[in-house]
Design a protein around this ligand. Sequence first.
Ligand code: IPM
Ligand code: MN
Length: 362
Amino acid sequence: MKIAILPGDGVGPEVTREAVRVLSEVAAPFGIELEFTEHPIGGAAIRACGDPFPDETRIACAASDAVLLGAVGSSEFDDLPPAERPEIGLLRLRKALGGFANLRPARAFPALIDSSPLREEVFRGTDMMIVRELLGGLYFGEPRSAVGREAYNTMRYTRDEIERVARVAFETARKRKNRVTSVDKANVLEVSRLWRSTVEDVAKDYPDVELDHLFVDACAMHLVTKPSQFDVILTENLFGDILSDEAAVLTGSLGMLASATIGGRIDLYEPVHGSAPDIAGKNIANPLGAIASAAMLLRYTAKQPEAADAIDRAIDRFLDEGHRTLDIARPGENVVSTSEAGKLAAQYAVESANVAHAYHAV
Ligand code: IPM
Ligand code: MN
């Protein structure tokens, strides 16, 4: 498999380095052959060649089996208009790869339950998957414009765009707890009424999956009052952006969470966190979100669930044994660096792989 690595900005290079380390080490025991190439995106690419999504990067990604991205965004370019900022590099990448379903899992890690801003009895047992539509809505809707003292964007969806992402949500629910909560603002927006009626039509093909609807404001509230009620949350692009940050931070740290974008020509994997410029280059960022994204890559693109499980078990063991990066450490706890965290995760993943192999051999 050819994997294009796009480290990007801020902590992106540090966390992707550790994800590549874990991937490289876990590949061998499973007989998976991985080939990595590295390409610029975002602010790093603007600095290198004046374009946040250079042709070289686009061509390399198109020739890969999957793309693993670090983070995009740099305050150095804060004064630029949206169309020239680092973030547009990420949006152009997403569009070029074509993946429309962004899967963002968020679950309560038992070892981190004390780090959640929620009370333990509220958060315990939470395990959800947000399915965020990634190629439509306000991010890409036309018309859009900023002229003088007026500016606008358009939340636009077609039935086909809603239907294809809804199918991913229902299929995902079938592998989980068979429940989909579709989130919209159908009490106000026409586009949300189309969203809701389309999702209801798709649901007829999945009679075994329970569907309910929530307005986005209510969903934001339920995420903090009863998060464990959710299984799969299906929602449009901007609502999903906001709700997934909210869900992520409930787990203790944004740094922990992974994402996969599927359904297009090339699958894209990236941690949910941003470039965190305040801690960049200090070897203190949490690489577990990037490492968990690498596990999703093995699960969804490489179709190597055992290798993915080995990485996920390594993350659990890392936490269970009390290792903490700065973002999840509580006073007095022993803090490991980004690279130490990556080395431990790689070691545990390989050990877990060997145990799994020994088990298969008997
Ligand atoms: C995310 C990020 C991006 C988004 C930004 C960096 C464009 O916040 O992946 O959630 O809004 O999609
Ligand atoms: Mn976001």
